[in-house]
Write a protein that binds this ligand. Structure first.
Ligand SMILES: Cc1ncc(COP(=O)(O)O)c(C=O)c1O
Length: 306
């Protein structure tokens, strides 16, 4: 990379950022909330960009910046056939003239999902690998740690789970001007939750909702991302609806009703499960009257196309 190129890429990164704006905080009015004397607000990160929405920009922003300063010309990452993370990365790569490579779990399907179609359209090189090889890749955490990585290639672990992602997620906190008691986010890798915990340092209760069945390991993963003990957070494991990307009519009906009542679209993989879980916990008197709860809408609506 010649010196002027880095400057140019940084300018492009900045211009990409101009497409984003501070997401609104929307109050939810609902008879249950009134009955339990609770306030619920949703931080609408789903609205921050037409493609790189939700937690994706938050997680990628400082990573892309770091990759560029390392002289990266190609970002290599991993995800499933519906991955929101790869979707955002491929688009960002295309915008920044960075090559992208995605290791995809499982065999190359005969018919591509809308997500895979977009990835190809944006120039991501797709490498389909077995589930065992995919699991193997999870052990590589540092940007330069993937064996066989070539010069100017930058490794990004699944879901963008790095310390720099935590820093980007912490920017959400700076945008919230209200005082609040509880902050909620859905969990896949736990990176978003770890970013919120690290920004709040135990000052409010942080509640994660696992999108995966048997997500107990997330506690350990969040702790290792945090790199130190921080109190006052918890991950609810009860609202996975059978497992990652699984759903049932009850969840879909809840999401449909939520859209009708509040004009907010949720996705069935992450945010639908979180909001369902939150309403269930509210119903079960988990929160004290007069508490104010904020839930982060982490986007992911592209995945609904499947
Ligand atoms: C829409 C959406 N919400 C939440 C998450 C979970 O985020 P994390 O992997 O940081 O726990 C993801 C996955 O990255 C996602 O795509």
């Amino acid at each position: 990379m010649w010196p002027g190129q880095l400057k140019m890429l940084n300018a492009k990164l900045e211009s990409l950022e101009y497409g984003f704006f501070q997401s609104p905080l929307t109050q939810i009015f609902d008879p249950l909330l009134e009955q339990k004397q609770l306030e619920l607000w949703i931080k609408r990160d789903d609205l921050i960009h037409p493609v790189i929405s939700g937690n994706k920009w938050r997680k990628l922003k400082y990573i892309l910046d770091h990759a560029l300063t390392q002289g990266a010309e190609c970002i290599v990452s991993m995800g499933g056939a519906y991955s929101n993370h790869l979707h955002a990365l491929a688009f960002a790569g295309q915008q920044l003239n960075l090559k992208t490579i995605g290791y995809i779990r499982g065999e190359r399907p005969k018919k591509f999902s809308p997500t895979l179609t977009d990835l190809e359209l944006w120039g991501m090189e797709l490498r389909f690998i077995s589930r065992t090889d995919f699991r193997e890749l999870r052990q590589y955490k540092r940007y330069d740690s993937l064996p066989g990585l070539q010069k100017a290639q930058y490794w990004l672990p699944e879901g963008g789970a790095t310390e720099l992602a935590l820093k980007g997620v912490a920017d959400i906190i700076d945008e919230i001007e209200l005082d609040y008691d509880v902050l909620c986010a859905p969990c896949g890798t736990g990176t978003t939750l770890a970013g919120l915990i690290s920004a709040k340092q135990g000052r409010v209760k942080i509640l994660g909702f696992s999108a995966l069945k048997g997500g107990g390991f997330l506690n350990q993963d969040v702790n290792s991302l945090l790199n130190r003990q921080i109190a006052n957070w918890q991950i609810s494991l009860d609202y996975h609806f059978g497992g990652f990307a699984k759903s049932n009519n009850e969840l879909l009906l809840f999401m449909q009703q939520f859209l009708t009542r509040h004009a907010i679209t949720l996705d069935p993989v992450y945010t639908g499960k979180m909001i369902y879980g939150l309403f269930d916990l509210i119903q079960k008197d988990t929160f004290k009257p007069r508490q104010r709860i904020i839930a982060i809408h982490t986007g992911g609506l592209q995945g609904r196309r499947a």
